[in-house]
Ligand binder design. Sequence first.
Ligand SMILES: Cc1cc2nc3c(=O)[nH]c(=O)nc-3n(C[C@H](O)[C@H](O)[C@H](O)COP(=O)(O)O)c2cc1C
Length: 187
Amino acid sequence: MDVIDAIRSRRNIGRLEGEVAAHTIEELVELATWAPNHHLTEPWRFTVLSGAERERLGRIWGEIAADAQSLAGSARDEAIHRDVQKLLRAPVLIVVSTRTDPDPVVAEEDFAATAAAVQNLLLAATAFGLGAAWRTGRIVRDPVVKRHLGLDEDDRIVSIIYLGHPSGPPPQGRPRNVDVVLRWYRS
Ligand SMILES: Cc1cc2nc3c(=O)[nH]c(=O)nc-3n(C[C@H](O)[C@H](O)[C@H](O)COP(=O)(O)O)c2cc1C
């Protein structure tokens, strides 16, 4: 698949299955790090969770979220169960984070570079015939979650990439209307 087809056919896939080999994940991460990066700061980190590690994270987050809502008893158990299930929607989770430079301009550019790295990874996964989803939510801002993942509190999680094999063809994307977003200045 060439890059043009990958760009057009990549979709956020809700449910993914199967296994993904470690060498494939390593290659995807290597491809991600070809992203543009001002001053070559290499701000990105990729933390891979598979197997029971997904459930461990889901439980930690579920308990935090349930406590924030003051849930108790079976309501608490059910809410935690739902959060665990969410993290089991793919066999592999890649938490893509970026460091936060003390200089806000560098920090902003590092965040942008890391977002570009995420897109590289998503496109490469599409080209490999894999499916992926870019997800965030409140979980990405939680300090306890960051600590659990070995991240610093001021690191920012740009994406939790859900990765696996799609069970069918990707849904069609909606048509694009370039006229709405494109402005020309030419004389
Ligand atoms: C910064 C960012 C955060 C996102 N967070 C979520 C998320 O938490 N849950 C989700 O289902 N999709 C999330 N998405 C994916 C978008 O919802 C998705 O890209 C959009 O619906 C367009 O669908 P497509 O990617 O299949 O074209 C996120 C995308 C970006 C760029």
